[in-house]
Design a protein around this ligand. Structure first.
Ligand code: PTJ
Length: 247
């Protein structure tokens, strides 16, 4: 599945690998019709950021990891793009954090839900990962949201205190914040509504974030969430882009 034309020494190997994973998942019917557009927008911002984890993003990642590790009921929300890009790595992260994952997609169809579950279930079996996969039988709704995207699980998203939402949509992010949750957003676009609405936003590419978290030996952040200024964090990302253009 991960065989791509470029070899690992190619300077843009990781970016090409992510693109390849999206292509394969699209062919398999795992993704929303607009998934490639969303991915392309992410790629454009990643290019502007220099395709690397900038210092403010690393600080955000460390604090996010600490919040997840210290949470009472953490959960990781998964959409189609996330399963395609980092299905295995995110299951390993959930195991490390001892939390469930919940498939919670914007463009919800029974067929996509089944395919996404089956992809994750195969990873779970093959890699011997002990993680609960929620989302197939929703029994609750996110207040303030209309339609199928509001569906969620009581034992997952509904009752969670800290939630990791990679590539989230703005409305749902806002609704989760309104529920009083600590909402950790991963989004390469520092100007997106989710990036602005989240409690803590990691402006970095999803696979880099997850791999960084997998590398952490223990909760590393000395910064507490109460002292976190998310607006300043987003400004740092924009400043980084501006500085790259100036130099
Ligand atoms: O699987 P579904 O049905 O839940 O649909 C998922 C998508 C992503 C298609 C849906 O949520 C969507 O349309 O998202 P948006 O509104 O296009 O937002 C996606 C955001 O993710 C954009 O702001 C992108 O910049 C960002 N993004 C895309 N790829 C990455 C990323 N951020 C981090 N890492 C990436 N690899």
């Amino acid at each position: 599945m991960d065989e791509i034309a470029a070899d690992r020494s190619h300077p843009r190997y990781q970016s090409l690998l992510m693109r390849h994973r999206i292509e394969i998942a699209a062919k398999e019917g795992l993704l929303a019709d607009s998934a490639m557009i969303a991915h392309g927008r992410g790629e454009a911002f990643d290019y502007l950021l220099g395709e690397r984890t900038i210092p403010s993003a690393m600080n955000a990642t460390k604090l996010a990891y600490r919040c997840l590790a210290e949470a009472k009921k953490p959960v990781i929300s998964l959409n189609g793009n996330t399963v395609a890009l980092v299905g295995k790595e995110i299951m390993m992260l959930a195991a490390k954090l001892n939390c469930p994952v919940e498939i919670n997609i914007f463009y919800r169809t029974a067929e996509r839900m089944e395919k996404l579950f089956s992809r994750l279930d195969n990873i779970r079996t093959k890699e011997v990962i002990d993680v609960e996969i929620l989302g197939m039988n929703p029994n609750a709704k996110i207040p303030g949201l209309e339609g199928p995207r509001a569906n969620c699980c009581r034992e997952g998203i509904l009752n969670s205190d800290v939630i990791l939402v990679p590539l989230e949509d703005g409305d749902r992010c806002e609704a989760l914040v309104a529920m009083g949750k600590t909402v950790i957003v991963i989004d390469l676009n520092p100007l997106s509504r989710s990036a602005k609405r989240g409690t803590l936003t990691i402006v970095d590419e999803l696979s880099r974030v997850v791999n960084n978290m997998l590398d952490f030996a223990e909760p590393l952040s000395e910064v507490a969430l109460d002292d976190w200024d998310n607006k300043e964090n987003l400004k740092q990302a924009l400043k980084h882009i501006n500085d790259l253009i100036q130099n």
